[in-house]
Design a protein around this ligand. Structure first.
Ligand SMILES: Cc1ncc(COP(=O)(O)O)c(C=O)c1O
Length: 457
């Protein structure tokens, strides 16, 4: 159905409903041409539900983009943000500060694995990864080891869209246009998804040997030249690839052997998605650096965070011989830890604690995983993977990669369940506040949408 546009400027009341023109906004990661012919605009969000511009209510099966595990429209967050805006709307974060960002750093460091307790604020996940890359280089240089310039990522990894993050990522469509400007010296391990993992719930038993790719890269390029290895503990954007048992531990061992820093990109897995605060704790493997974003503010204000080992911070800060007032690390953002983001994040921390949110996610996850895997009888579903409160459903390719995924997404949207597809994978990540009835609704509507897609072919 197409929208009826009027030619007047919108009033502030209906701004999010029907815009006058869709032409000027170049939308991110969107098929702009087809969207603008048949737009999907969201006008309201409350709890686990979204409403679109046609007044249709849908259940949010992916927590936005993994951002809103606490549900939409949380009063505690809204109030904290508006109070903060009234008191202090902005202060520059360089050589100045305000109390909230320090308080938040302390609270974050109480939930990160022990010793990973120095907190650098960024604007989003991409800038968190970019920062982790730079901190890795700065750390090695501070220790007098400036030859380490290489990084290792993994196929099907997603780490965001700046040049460094794009380079270490491993999703082909994200890199091929930009090959000429990518960072030098980056190698990729193979992804961990093997044919026998197709309908495995949780961690696959096979595939630990994929970790040896890191050893092989170290052999080929010299482990002593590698600054860091970055992986998502569970690859999220590609449709939930769960690490085989023992895989992350083996990666850690190889990093230790060669003095390579291990970065866990927990932009998705951080803040409870696996049932523990961080996947690092869930899988009992400690990295050196953790990146996070998304759920840090329940998605309402952009914010990224890099948590680093205390001695990494010490090495960088203590190596500086510059005069007082000169930064030890020449890096930061205008919006690093700004008051409004911090206020949202502190309110989120309160809710995490008050509602014992990570345990709530842990308790609900078997029910969710059972529901997800109940869809395996559907004709065009070729693989289902999942862990905790995240899952991926892979659709059978139809002529070209991405076609089946997008068509299925549209049928599901019409059936009243909203999520994101990446290529032919449907990304399912319910909110942690979901009750069993909401999980049931998500699964029923997925069944209907996926079946309608199959019938439409
Ligand atoms: C694991 C991971 N890292 C980094 C990013 C980039 O985050 P952002 O879009 O906030 O820049 C994402 C986004 O989905 C992600 O999933």
């Amino acid at each position: 159905m197409s929208i009826n546009f009027n030619n007047k400027y919108m009033s502030s009341q209906n701004r999010t409903n029907i815009p006058n023109s869709l032409n000027e906004h170049w939308m991110p990661f969107t098929d702009n041409k087809s969207f603008k012919k048949n737009p999907r605009l969201i006008t309201d969000a409350k709890g686990v539900y979204l409403t679109n511009h046609q007044g249709k209510k849908m259940i949010d099966a992916s927590s936005g983009l993994f951002c809103n595990p606490l549900g939409h429209g949380r009063k505690e967050i809204t109030e904290a943000v508006s109070k903060q805006l009234e008191k202090l709307d902005y202060c520059q974060p360089f050589n100045q500060g305000y109390g909230g960002s320090f308080e938040l750093a302390t609270r974050i460091s109480k939930k990160t694995p022990e010793g990973i307790n120095r907190i650098f604020y960024t604007i989003c996940g991409s800038t968190a990864v970019e920062t982790a890359i730079k901190i890795s280089i700065a750390y090695h240089r501070a220790k007098g080891d400036s030859k380490r310039f290489r990084f290792v990522g993994r196929e099907r990894g997603y780490h965001g869209m700046n040049i460094g993050a794009t380079t270490v990522g491993g999703m082909i469509n994200n890199v091929k246009t930009f090959a000429s400007v990518l960072m030098p010296g980056v190698q990729h391990m193979r992804h961990t998804h093997l044919p026998e993992h197709k309908f495995v719930k949780g961690q696959p038993e096979t595939g630990i040997e994929m970790a040896e790719d890191l050893e092989r890269i170290a052999m080929n390029f010299g482990g002593e030249n590698i600054a860091a290895c970055i992986v998502e503990p569970i690859a999220g954007s590609t449709g939930t690839l769960v690490p085989p048992k023992g895989y992350l531990k083996r990666i850690r061992e190889i990093c230790n052997k060669h003095g390579i820093l291990l970065i866990f990109d927990e932009v998705i897995t951080g803040w409870g998605r696996t049932g523990s605060a961080f996947a690092s704790q869930e899988f009992n493997v400690k990295p050196d650096i953790i990146t996070m974003a998304k759920a840090t503010t329940n998605g309402v204000v952009p914010m990224g965070v890099v948590a680093v080992r205390e001695d990494i911070y010490d090495a960088v800060c203590n190596s500086s011989t510059a005069p007082e007032g000169t930064p030890e690390l020449f890096h930061g953002y205008t919006y690093s830890g700004i008051p409004v983001a911090v206020a949202a994040a502190l309110a989120v921390q309160d809710i995490f604690d008050k509602e014992d949110i990570f345990n709530r996610a842990k308790k609900m996850s078997p029910y969710f995983q059972d529901g997800l895997h109940s869809l395996k009888d559907l004709k065009d579903v070729v693989s289902i993977r999942g862990y905790g409160m995240m899952g991926g459903i892979e659709m059978k390719m139809d002529q070209k990669p991405g076609k089946a995924g997008f068509q299925t997404f549209k049928h599901c949207y019409d059936a009243g369940v909203n999520f994101k597809n990446t290529g032919d994978s449907l990304i399912i990540a319910p909110q942690f506040i979901c009750e069993k009835k909401h999980i049931d609704e998500i699964i029923e509507k997925l069944r209907k949408g996926i079946s309608n897609y199959s019938k439409s072919k």
